[in-house]
Design a protein around this ligand. Structure first.
Ligand code: FAD
Length: 369
């Protein structure tokens, strides 16, 4: 067993760190955070310098970590135009890949994923936005809430109800690629978020939005399965965001304090933050190694996402406490606000715990059989 990263992954990490030091500066981070504006300049630079490399998931994982370590809002914004491409990679047909996915990969289009609704996000099977078919077109009506890239995306992969559920609530859901310029489609940008203010978040309203039948992804009625498969992948990347935030908080603790003059209790706090960051990283790399070898273990993925998110919150909170007044302004204050979303998107911490518990239950039942 070897815990060292391979040389090519170390090189991706070094490249991302170098990119972050040049573009993801504290000044830029504060600028976009205060204005709640999406940083298109960072997106373009990341594309120019080929920082985002979906052909190698390990490169993506360490890149996300490094970018979020420099700044979560800008770091997430650099990779988020690609949010959802895995849905097309895994379930899109050749036409959809050429028309949508490749434009995203070339940086010519921004994508989003729309699942959550004003009525709730955790109960995915309970979504109400629906599509009806007339001729060879579908017509979608309803609304989606808290959609990342919602007001800047060219299209979104949207989960909607296409038939009434049978005995299973998650049946009858389908994924469509919806062009955001379509008639009847409105995106209202949300203001005043707690954190990740550089990312664009919107409410989407759909009033009889016409979608051609060729924009149905995969099979009608299989959407729940596609979205859950996608979450199993994206949770690993959220875990990487969270580790980046936690590591960034630890960096700032180590940089800002006179380490030789800390009280014993402060020394213990620093040691505990460092230990949790390492534990989160190891758990995430373990879950990622199964996933990236096409053998995902959802229990481990949820453990990695849930735990790393809590470590991000813990580390940023301890950074504020240790730094005193200096922690209440600047980077650390922003990191503290940015960390919280890790415990919410891609499944709240409670949802991750439900997944872990249910997986354990199935394992116990299997052994008992
Ligand atoms: C900045 C931001 C960006 C986002 N981006 C996207 C996006 O791009 N696409 C998208 O589709 N969504 C997105 N979301 C939505 C996000 O995924 C949801 O907020 C999340 O899934 C939780 O849903 P909810 O907020 O509706 O809370 P709810 O589902 O209403 O849950 C409320 C509380 O109840 C708890 N809870 C719910 N069910 C259970 C249960 N069975 N057992 C125990 N506790 C439970 C939850 O953990 C939570 O604490 C984004 C959200 C934010 C804030």
């Amino acid at each position: 067993m070897n815990f060292d990263l391979p040389d090519d992954v170390k090189e991706a990490q070094r490249k991302a760190r170098d990119f972050a030091s040049r573009y993801l500066t504290s000044e830029k981070a504060a600028y976009y955070d205060e204005r709640e504006e999406y940083p298109h300049e960072i997106r373009k630079k990341a594309l120019e310098e080929k920082i985002v490399d979906f052909s190698n998931p390990w490169h993506m994982l360490v890149t996300i970590e490094e970018l979020c370590r420099a700044d979560p809002g800008l770091g997430i914004s650099a990779t988020t135009p690609f949010f959802g491409v895995e849905i097309l990679m895994l379930f899109g047909n050749e036409q959809q890949k050429a028309r949508y996915m490749e434009r995203v990969m070339r940086g010519e289009a921004i994508m989003g994923v729309a699942v959550t609704e004003p009525g709730g996000g955790s109960d995915v099977a309970g979504i109400k936005t629906s599509a009806v078919k007339r001729g060879n077109k579908w017509y979608i009506s309803g609304s989606k809430m808290f959609i990342t890239n919602g007001a800047i995306a060219d299209f979104v992969a949207m989960l909607v109800r296409t038939s009434r559920p049978d005995e299973k609530r998650h049946h009858g859901l389908s994924v469509f690629l919806v062009d955001t310029k379509s008639k009847g489609f409105t995106a209202n940008k949300l203001h005043g978020k707690l954190g990740v203010r550089a990312t664009n978040t919107a409410e989407l309203i759909l009033n009889e939005v016409e979608v051609p039948e060729e924009n149905l992804v995969g099979e009608e009625g299989r959407g729940f399965y596609y979205i859950m498969t996608f979450f199993d992948i994206s949770r690993i990347y959220v875990a990487a965001q969270a580790i980046g935030i936690a590591q960034g908080a630890l960096d700032r603790i180590l940089r800002s304090l006179d380490l030789k003059s800390l009280s014993e209790s402060q020394q213990f706090t620093v040691a505990e933050v460092a230990t949790r960051v390492e534990a989160a990283r190891m758990l995430t790399y373990q879950a990622a190694s199964y996933l990236f070898n096409f053998n995902p273990v959802p229990k481990l993925t949820s453990m990695a996402k849930g735990y790393s998110s809590e470590v991000a919150t813990f580390a940023t909170q301890k950074a504020i406490e240790l730094l005193g007044p200096a922690g209440l302004t600047g980077d650390v204050e922003r990191f503290y606000r940015d960390a919280k979303i890790m415990e919410i998107w891609e499944g709240t911490s409670e949802v991750e715990k439900l997944i872990i518990y249910r997986s354990m239950l199935r394992e116990v039942e299997k052994v008992a059989q």
